[in-house]
Design a protein around this ligand. Structure first.
Ligand SMILES: *[C@@H]1O[C@H](CO)[C@@H](O)[C@H](O)[C@H]1NC(C)=O
Ligand SMILES: *[C@@H]1O[C@H](CO)[C@@H](O)[C@H](O)[C@H]1NC(C)=O
Length: 440
């Protein structure tokens, strides 16, 4: 006869195992892969969308809108180059990067021009020297802050190739990228940005996007548990990646690693039978609360940090502790893999989703032949003050557009909403175009 303690213990393990199973069956197939999901077509939504196509607007993972000057900035790497060099997607051929590297492109969104290209121009970097001794940069996510009326400071993630002696590129499949965050400043209307500093830290190993918080400080997501290696393969299932914080001097530390201990789990102790210790150790390998592919985070107008997941379809909401670690307050369930989340000028959040995980995997690997369906979500926060003075916070999640057949949109990774006209500007990390959707 097992003791009551053992029975209770086993019951707990079974219950916990069942919830884990539930996650796999329900969430992995339904949320992550999108099996059984009904996806709508783009003509069901009150928008007219078109692509903005130009070789310099290929593979723009991230975009940022200067709401007052009406200038959209896009960080573009080129589709061919992205397919060779995209460490988050395990493309690690650094010599296949686009010659000259990535560009920060500016578009005047109120002046489409005869060619429909919005006065497209590059903001050229000045004073930056890259890993290999040239000026090339390798962009993914970025953030920007308007300092005074006219100065914009950019925090751009730079996926530098690893270099050895004489600045020669060494095989990145063995080392991964040697990522940095580059801080540049420009003035509105200028076509150049000056390099201020480089942030490099062991606490930042696979940066995805930055959320600037003022004073030169920022939070940054590490989207995987490591640069390369076998443990990364398990990230989608058991979690991996974190959020780090870097201060104005470029000193960085972990800010949120996920809750390491699951309090519901019975703990192993010395005098317990061997099997209990073994089960415990096995269970510990699968913490339920780790971040799964934390993607493009942002700072909301409420000062909170929003971290979307490209696996479990959640956006976790954090407040900032005094020591610049993060404390989770809320979870918003969008229920599909998400990319960069971006506030508009009113504070509403826009985030693209991948409604079909399976089709998206094909589309991101082969953007010229395979589609990657897109969903666009708006998240609006409401705070109600009850009669008893208790604040209740709610997040309303609404689908704005969906494009099942990728008729116009494909593989979208960032949305910027222009509140003045209602237009949406949409970029894609791999696909070779931007898109704009106008309300009808
Ligand atoms: C890396 O990219 C270069 C340039 O596109 C190409 O010649 C080379 O074959 C690629 N290497 C691998 C291993 O794919
Ligand atoms: C990575 O970048 C840092 C900062 O620029 C540099 O000191 C280091 O040598 C680089 N390492 C590799 C392997 O490229």
């Amino acid at each position: 006869m097992p003791s009551i303690g053992t029975t209770l213990y086993l019951a707990l393990v079974v219950a916990w195992g069942a919830s884990f199973y539930q996650w796999y069956v329900n969430d992995f197939f339904a949320v992550t892969l999108g099996i059984g999901r009904v996806i709508q077509t783009i003509d069901e939504f009150p928008y007219t969308c078109r692509r903005i196509e130009h070789p310099r607007l290929e593979a723009c993972e991230d975009i940022w809108l200067d709401n007052e000057a009406k200038t959209l900035y896009a960080a573009c790497a080129g589709t061919e180059g992205r397919l060779q060099w995209s460490p988050a997607m395990k493309h690690l051929n650094a010599t296949g990067r686009r010659p000259g590297g990535s560009e920060l492109i500016a578009l005047d969104i109120d002046y489409p021009g005869a060619d429909g290209l919005y006065n497209l121009r590059a903001i050229k970097p000045a004073g930056y020297n890259g890993a290999t001794g040239d000026e090339s940069l390798d962009f993914v996510g970025f953030d920007a802050q308007i300092l005074d009326g006219d100065t914009i400071r950019f925090y751009l993630i730079n996926l530098r190739p690893p270099v050895g002696a004489f600045n020669n590129i060494i095989d990145a499949t063995k080392l991964g990228a040697n990522a940095t965050i580059e801080v540049f400043e420009t003035r509105r209307g200028e076509d150049q940005m000056r390099h201020l500093r480089t942030v490099w830290s062991p606490a930042v190993w696979s940066p995805n996007r930055v959320a600037a918080v003022g004073g030169g400080a920022f939070f940054v997501t590490n989207d995987h548990s490591g640069k390369i290696g076998w443990r990364r393969e398990l990230d989608d299932f058991i979690g991996g990646g974190n959020v780090a914080y870097c201060d104005g001097n470029g000193e960085c530390h972990a800010a949120f690693n996920g809750d390491e201990e699951d309090e519901d789990l019975p703990q192993a102790s010395m005098n317990e039978p061997k099997y209990k210790a073994l089960v415990n150790r096995a269970l510990k390998l699968i913490p339920k609360t780790k971040l799964k592919f934390p993607n493009g985070l942002t700072r909301g107008f409420d000062g909170l940090i929003y971290v979307p997941s490209s696996v479990d379809g959640q956006i976790r909401v954090f407040s900032i502790n005094d020591d610049n670690t993060l404390k989770q307050l809320d979870t918003i369930h969008v229920r599909m893999p998400l990319d960069n989340v971006s506030p508009d000028a009113k504070g509403d959040l826009y985030v693209p989703g991948f409604p079909s995980g399976i089709q998206s995997a094909k589309g991101l690997a082969n953007p010229y032949e395979e589609i990657s369906p897109v969903s666009i979500w708006r998240i609006r926060k409401t705070v109600d003050l009850g009669p008893d003075g208790v604040r209740s916070v709610d997040y309303r999640v609404e689908k704005v557009i969906e494009d099942r057949d990728a008729k116009v949109l494909s593989g979208a990774t960032t949305i910027r909403h222009d509140v003045k006209t209602g237009r949406l500007f949409i970029s894609a990390a791999v696909h070779p175009f931007l898109a704009v959707c106008e309300p009808r």
